[in-house]
Design a protein around this ligand. Sequence first.
Ligand SMILES: [Zn+2]
Length: 426
Amino acid sequence: MNFPPRGARLGVALLLLGAAQRGPAAEPGNTAATNNTMTIADVRQLLRAVPLIDGHNDVPWQFRKRTNDNINGIDLRSDTRQLHPPMVTDIPRLRAGGVGGQFWSVYIPATLTGSLAVRAVIEQIDVVHQMVAKYPDTFELALTANDIERIHHQGKIASLIGMEGGHSIDNSLAILRMTYALGARYMTLTHTKTLDWVDSANDEPRHHGLSPFGEEVVREMNRLGMLVDLSHVSADAMRAAIRVSQAPVIFSHSSARGVCDDPRNVPDDVLQLIPANGGIVMITFLPQYLTERARAHALLKKAERSRLEQLFPEVPEKVRAELTAWDTAHPLAHPATLNDVADHIDHVRAVCGINHLGLGGDYEGFEGPPEGLEDVSCYPALLAELSRRGYTADDLKKVAGQNLLRVLRQAEAVAKRLQTGRKIGE
Ligand SMILES: [Zn+2]
């Protein structure tokens, strides 16, 4: 019962077979793919020419949780594995991973609402500005696709800001515009809660996707040149946003529902809409969105948490202790591996094609990464596995960052067109 029915698995197998037929082997110059398999060292070389741009990393949240946003409380030049609990991101490992661009998530919990949410998101944006100021030899704030390429050529990591959750703007287009002015270049429309204008994948729907104001938010994001991020939203909201958006959309950290049937993942019928829209799905590494066994385990743990919270409503430390005991009593060996991530990439390629893929690890946003992708130094191992599966060097460049650069450029062009054609408020 932990696995999809045979029919579903057969469907995936047929899709992948289709990919193989019209994928790498069918492309000219790729007939000897097995002889051209790239090593991790080859991939690192490739990432000097093309930036690897990850869609989602929660380091700013780690600052908030661990240091109350004190930028000196974590030294990113040191080995952050030594911290308690350990982190998976630091500058030496970003360098080892060939990371050339990073969307730093300015996540705030969905429980924050109103002006408290606005205050928190501005404080998290400030963390990214402080990180960039503190490590100027490593990071530089990137606001455009050209910025990303220039900063990468200078040997630094282009640092972008991604907002996670439309509760950050408190139903205000003015606040949306001001977060753009502060550097935010995408907004995930929801996190785990349905908002006044958009449905979440993890909550009861109220709008069949987007309300009229939700459509207005998407149009204003298009006008600004802020990417519309559809991770975390309901499938209906994905469809509605793709219908409304004039610019390509992104999924900054999502995987494929055809491989792991979690509502946080992208269903095949939505994947089929992506090529016409021009957007990308940046595959995420969170095990419960990768494999059915990890998903089933996460559901059991969630049920246990709810039970404990009802039993001990006033004693959160008791709930935590009991959950730790539950973890020990219910170990899950091998929740997911690097190969599972590659399977999701294969699947999205089979449905959408190579031009609609990217990577969005969600590092620092969860515990227990897949085997082989333990931290931010591991991207080259994933790309080497794709090479082993027949992806060409050009394919790898697209997955690593060229697709994201194309999407951002298209969004910038749409914004330019809309801004010349329409004034604010018209
Ligand atoms: Zn997230």
